[in-house]
Design a protein around this ligand. Structure first.
Ligand code: PBG
Length: 327
């Protein structure tokens, strides 16, 4: 089956994320998960965000859920020396992200929405989002590996797998692989419109995922490209069965968000990326002075058509009671 309309209705938490009255219902907090024990390492370029081992992350998310922050997106982080050119770590069932998904699902059942990143850039030694053959990032071999990674994330309990790579045809391949393995209720969050942006710097520091040579321009969209190309990307993923469509980055692309919203029928997400977050923190290092800009930015995303907002600000919004969040 190509499209599973029930994915977005499967749990009360998913329905609330997509249809809740409050803007804050759609907020998703990003996390960086590492191997080890007791690790809680601040990321200098992402103030307030830490790389955490599963035990620490578990406590952190338990506190988030108590505040009402139930949407979480996980990214695995591995030491450079453990990676290889084929990204075999991505298929290791004991990797930190998969272990985190299992314990979080056990701790919180269906009261949380868990999203798992599925991309090769965090597991390859060259830092590219796919297999590299003769210097080129090859599409179809990469898609086959991504589909296997997605199945592992579904088995570990993800609500949605986040396809963040921008290979052609991966949404359909992931949907088919999920179906083959019996995961009819696991959704695909497609990074449908992802630009080769200069706003990802702090994330790449955090995840150690910068390409060692070259860049991502052969697969991510050109920031100068027309809005029509963005709409086409989103429509292709919609046709392949994406359950959520995402535009990334968010702030500099609100025209794209509005156009994709108008041209597609799936719920729309934005990724308020690391460089956008770091800019706001640079302007207002003091939390009490950040409220105005953070709220204004979230309203802008919502107004442009996003119902789901992936943002490193999610936790502070809940902690501070911004956007009308009740403590
Ligand atoms: C790649 C990926 C990237 C981000 C999330 N997943 C960026 C990239 O290196 O292309 C960036 C997110 C952020 O900047 O917060 N799979």
């Amino acid at each position: 089956m190509d499209v599973r309309m029930r994915v977005n209705r499967w749990t009360p938490a998913r329905r609330e994320m997509l249809n809740g009255h409050a803007l804050s219902s759609g907020l998703i907090q990003g996390h960086f998960v590492v191997d080890g024990q007791g690790i809680d390492e601040p990321i200098p370029s992402l103030p307030g965000i830490h790389r955490q081992s599963v035990d620490v992350l578990r406590q952190r998310i338990a506190a988030d859920v108590k505040m009402g922050l139930v949407g979480h997106m996980l990214f695995p982080v591995h030491p450079q020396e453990a990676k290889d050119s084929d990204g075999r770590l991505g298929l290791d069932g004991d990797g930190p992200m998969l272990r985190a998904l299992r314990v979080l699902r056990e701790d919180h059942g269906e009261t949380v929405v868990l999203m798992a990143d599925v991309c090769m850039c965090t597991v390859t030694d060259h830092g590219h989002c796919g297999h590299v053959v003769d210097g080129a990032i090859v599409n179809d071999e990469t898609v086959a590996t991504l589909a296997q990674m997605a199945v592992l994330a579904a088995q570990a309990g993800a609500d949605y797998v986040g396809a963040s790579d921008m290979m052609d045809g991966r949404v359909g391949a992931i949907r088919a692989a999920l179906e083959d393995d019996g995961h009819h209720s696991t959704g695909v969050l497609s990074y449908a419109v992802k630009y080769a942006s200069a706003f990802y710097g702090p994330f790449r520091d955090a995840a150690g995922s910068s390409p060692r040579t070259g860049d991502r321009r052969s697969h991510q969209m050109d920031p100068r490209a027309s809005v029509n190309e963005a709409v086409m990307e989103a429509q292709l993923d919609e046709a392949e069965g994406a359950d959520l469509l995402m535009v990334k980055p968010a702030l500099a692309y609100l025209d794209v968000v509005a156009a994709v919203h108008a041209a597609t029928r799936r719920p729309l997400a934005v990724y308020n990326v690391s460089g956008e977050y770091a800019m706001v923190h640079a302007q207002h290092p003091n939390v009490d002075e950040r409220k105005g800009v953070v709220e204004e930015i979230m309203h802008a995303f919502h107004r442009a058509g996003a119902s789901v907002i992936v943002t490193y600000h999610a936790r502070e919004i809940f902690e501070q009671g911004w956007l009308g969040v009740q403590a």
